[in-house]
Write a protein that binds this ligand. Structure first.
Ligand SMILES: [Fe+2]
Length: 180
């Protein structure tokens, strides 16, 4: 059934009434980050010498996070294995995994099924590589033979983010805002 919505002016929804009961009693507020394409490097936690990660949302209870991964030149996130899923949406630049024959560019979406190991490389490009990732942890770092040599999960990410944000003067509270 089509509801009888008022249609006055181009933004026909202007006269609609917002829902009054927005949040359930125990629900946490949304996270609203108006400008995550800002290149202010202070927001990017170094994950390697060449690649930084700007946290957008961190969930310890789900061991999961969302970020913008950025490299301003050729870059590398060393080989690792994901026991859980990863979603990736490319905002700018060019990147790929050494293990696949595709190259992601602006608008490329990738879903990585649990059980994939890869080595992320940022290609040289006119624009920085920026990818919005939604990761369920942990990452299992792999040695040259593909054997596990360490882990990285939401707890490590949060700790690293806090330390980095303190160091660059943004303050740890900037990261804590992102916890849900
Ligand atoms: Fe990965």
């Amino acid at each position: 059934m089509v509801s009888p919505e008022p249609r006055t002016g181009p933004e026909f929804w202007r006269d609609l009434k917002p829902i009054e009961k927005v949040f359930r009693k125990d629900a946490a507020p949304e996270i609203f980050l108006p400008d995550t394409l800002d290149d202010d490097e202070r927001y990017f936690i170094p994950l390697s010498e060449t690649v930084g990660s700007r946290p957008l949302w961190i969930s310890l209870t789900q061991n999961r996070w969302a970020d913008v991964l950025m490299a301003t030149q050729a870059g590398l996130v060393n080989r690792h294995y994901h026991p859980h899923q990863v979603f990736g949406y490319t905002l700018s630049g060019r990147w790929s995994y050494l293990e696949h024959d595709w190259v992601a560019t602006k608008g490329t979406f990738v879903y990585e099924t649990p059980g994939e190991a890869h080595t992320l490389v940022a290609h040289e490009s006119d624009e920085p590589m920026r990818v919005h990732f939604n990761v369920t942890g942990p990452l299992i770092w792999l040695d040259e033979d593909g054997e596990p040599e360490g882990t990285f999960d939401a707890y490590d990410y949060l700790e690293l983010a806090r330390d980095h944000y303190e160091k660059v003067g943004l303050g740890a509270a900037e990261v804590e805002k992102l916890l849900r």
